[in-house]
Design a protein around this ligand. Structure first.
Ligand SMILES: Nc1ncnc2c1ncn2[C@@H]1O[C@H](COP(=O)(O)OP(=O)(O)O)[C@@H](O)[C@H]1O
Ligand SMILES: [Mg+2]
Length: 348
């Protein structure tokens, strides 16, 4: 049996099903990123695993112990909450060492642990302050330190990096990966940020409306999205989706050279902005151009169709001018127009 076995978890708030038939296996070395939009059930999943909310049905087994009937305190789970709530009347140091104090660890050992974790999260100079004397981002780091100080069977992290400055988010993301390597327990890291999920997760679970859409490696979900939700939620800017019935035969030839043809018109064709080639021509008008670092995002339109391209910044483009667009080499994904499910690729 896998180290973590979550089977058919269903959770309801009154009559709203917030999590539906959710199943996943994890090994000790997994860092699972659960990725989904706001309201998709990410926090609900973590609360259900921790025992903070009851489940309607399903089973949760971690390290051979069945948890779903146990109270939260007996589950050996550490969690950082979305709001990172700290005790306002306690110092940062006291907040961090709280789980150790509850575990009756002697004072000298507690101090050692607090300093180790404070160093890791750059909180050393803040240990004497109270939560209202530090910034929101610092409060989040304290909450993370408090969860990470114990050696639980699993870490559950609910958007712990969301309120941090970009450079600190990146740094803490790397630290999380290193920490995970040392600790030998799985992490479930919930986020609505796809770049964070793909950057951190050894596996990604994409969730929408309480249901798993796809579980796979970062490469799997990017290269072989199982449906149009995953295709457009992962990747920035989102994958282009076009109905072949909206394209004239000439447009079809230009856009997908080498005779790439879908076998049916009842599909949606998907291709990534970075796979779009832009040349002088007449087909599409450049509506908008946005510089992003060394790249530029360009949005083109033609008779109700809209195509986004991601290009090197050096490529000269002029708003209002017309261009020909093509997808000469990159994959063209085919989705069922009715269900949104992946049917396959059309190879060049
Ligand atoms: N305590 C609650 N009572 C009623 N509905 C809730 C409660 N908590 C969350 N929900 C609903 O359940 C769904 C999932 O919420 P949540 O798990 O918080 O999503 P996420 O963390 O992905 O943003 C949402 O539709 C949300 O409105
Ligand atoms: Mg949430």
């Amino acid at each position: 049996m896998a180290y973590v076995d979550i089977r058919n978890l269903t959770v309801k708030y009154d009559d709203v099903e917030a999590l539906s038939d959710f199943s996943i296996d994890l090994n000790r070395d997994d860092l699972l990123a659960v990725l989904g939009p706001s309201g998709s059930g990410k926090s609900t999943l973590l609360h259900a695993i921790s025992g903070l909310i009851p489940i309607v049905s399903g089973e949760i087994t971690i390290s051979g112990r069945q948890l779903d009937k146990l109270p939260p305190g007996k589950r050996h789970i550490a969690m950082v909450f979305q709001d990172g709530a700290l005790f306002p009347h306690l110092s940062v140091q006291a907040n961090i060492e709280l789980p150790l104090k509850a575990g009756k660890i002697p004072k000298a050992r507690r101090k050692e642990h607090v300093h180790r974790i404070a160093k890791l999260l750059e909180l050393e100079t803040l240990l004497g302050r109270r939560p209202n004397q530090i910034s929101g981002g610092e409060q989040r780091r304290v909450a993370m330190a408090r969860a990470l100080i114990k050696r639980p069977d699993i870490f559950l992290l609910d958007e712990p990096l969301a309120s941090l400055d970009p450079w600190l988010r990146h740094k803490m993301g790397q630290e999380l990966v290193e920490l995970h390597d040392r600790l030998n327990v799985p992490i479930i890291h919930v986020t609505h940020d796809q770049a964070e999920a793909l950057g951190l997760g050894t596996r990604i679970a994409i969730i929408n409306k309480g249901r798993i859409q796809q579980i796979g490696s970062p490469d799997d979900v990017y290269d072989r999205p199982k449906n149009t939700f995953v295709a457009t939620f992962v990747g920035h800017p989102p994958m282009n989706l076009l109905s072949p019935s909206a394209l004239s035969p000439e447009e079809m030839n230009l856009l997908f050279p080498h005779g790439r043809r879908p076998s049916s018109v009842d599909v949606l064709l998907g291709f990534r902005p970075e796979d779009v080639r832009v040349e002088e021509g007449r087909g599409f008008v450049l509506q908008m151009r946005q510089v992003q670092g060394h790249e530029q995002i360009a949005v083109f339109t033609a008779q109700g169709k809209r195509i986004t391209a991601r290009l090197k910044r050096g490529k000269p483009l002029q708003q209002g001018k017309t261009y020909d667009l093509s997808v000469p080499h990159g994959p063209v994904h085919v989705f069922d127009a009715n269900t949104g499910n992946r049917m396959g690729n059309i190879s060049p």
